[in-house]
Design a binder for this molecule. Structure first.
Ligand SMILES: [Zn+2]
Ligand SMILES: [Zn+2]
Length: 366
């Protein structure tokens, strides 16, 4: 671990700053580096922790006196009042504990709204390309109607929890820090029940399968998430959100390339030589495509506007059709004879690429 910065430097205050100035400095730093404002930013998290640690010392007159006298060594032994960085806990705990106290009114457990839910939805390649309306069934925790979320069988008595005095949460100390956690006696409800509700077994919550319509926009990509506000778990304090993660299934013929679709169509040697009309599958059904005489294997044809609509904006991609000339892997005696005849008929003028290649090869070894 690198050398610890001076706590006064961390907060950017004078050594003789009064408590109000220290509090103000910490408030500004905590706002700036708060993890909620800096998601996935470990540097901000470190700065937030550092500032919180400095404040916990300088904001306490007794600890500040010890620090002024002895510096960081005042808290190096993990004896009584000692400082152990592992006691910091997660930033979230710091925030809910001390930070909540500074800014007034930490979140009580009982007032917490429902959790966010996730749902994995598989859609076909065509649904992803053209868009779709899907109905899903979400297992959604909801307030128990029978007991109105209180957990007690209607008509039976309840009493405030003696452990937390009905608050539902208790203060806990972690090193210097105070946080809140659910009361273990009443599981955060603040009340003791004598007879649990017959429907929810005393949890106050029941999970119900809830049908929900999801609009899949055209052009959506594999792994995209559609969020539906208020479609998550429900508590007395409100509902969380539902996040639907989309899985796009493979297509037997098509592959996606941005807003274009690629497919490969096998053609026979005579079709490639003489030309043909091919039936090509597209998202919106089959279309006819002219294969000109003398088409090489690997040639790509573009069907304009037969691709995927741009996800955000106008226009549509194309379909790119690659023709692959299929060489017979097995021939009959008669076919063999005819191909041999054909071969003797064909010279360099019918195979210009081969003639050029052989010419280059020859010059290379002469
Ligand atoms: Zn109930
Ligand atoms: Zn309790």
């Amino acid at each position: 671990m690198s050398a610890k910065r001076d706590y006064y430097d961390v907060l950017g205050v004078h050594r003789d700053a009064d408590l109000a100035a220290i509090k103000k400095a910490y408030r500004a730093l905590a706002m700036q580096h708060h993890p909620d404002r800096n998601p996935d930013n470990p540097q901000a998290e470190d700065l937030f922790k550092e500032a919180s640690e400095a404040y916990m010392v300088l904001g306490d007159p007794e600890k500040r006196r010890r620090y002024d006298r002895l510096g960081h060594s005042a808290f190096e032994n993990n004896g009584p009042g000692g400082f152990d960085p592992s006691d910091l806990g997660s930033v979230g705990e710091i925030f809910e504990g001390i930070f909540g106290e500074i800014f007034g009114g930490g979140r009580g457990r009982r007032g917490r709204k429902g959790a966010d839910l996730t749902y994995d939805l598989s859609i076909s390649f065509t649904e992803a390309a053209l868009g779709a309306e899907k109905t899903i069934s979400v297992a959604r925790p909801t307030v128990c109607v029978r007991c109105a979320g209180r957990g007690a069988e209607p008509g039976t008595p309840t009493s405030p929890c003696p452990s937390c005095r009905g608050r539902g949460s208790v203060r806990v100390q972690r090193g210097f820090f105070f946080g809140e956690r659910d009361c273990l006696t009443c599981h955060g409800t603040g009340v003791l029940i004598q007879q649990p509700c017959g429907k929810c077994s005393g949890t106050g919550s029941v999970t119900e399968d809830t049908p929900l319509n999801i609009t899949v926009p055209p052009g959506v990509e594999h792994g995209a998430v559609r969020s539906v506000r208020g479609a998550g778990a429900v508590t007395g304090a409100g509902a969380g959100d539902l996040h639907v993660q989309l899985t796009v299934e493979d297509h037997p013929l098509f592959e996606r390339d941005g807003s274009d679709i690629r497919c490969t169509i096998p053609v026979s040697f005579p079709e490639a030589v003489l030309g043909s009309t091919l039936e090509v599958p597209t998202l919106e059904g089959k279309v006819s495509m002219k294969l000109p005489p003398g088409s090489q294997s690997g040639r790509v044809f573009r069907l304009r506007g037969k691709g995927i609509p741009a996800y955000a904006g106008y226009g549509k991609g194309d379909q790119l059709v690659t023709v692959m000339v299929e060489v017979p892997s097995k021939v009959t005696k008669n076919q063999r004879k005819l191909i041999e005849e054909l071969a003797s008929e064909m010279g360099t003028e019918t195979h210009p690429h081969q003639a050029t290649f052989l010419g280059k090869l020859k010059s290379l070894f002469e």
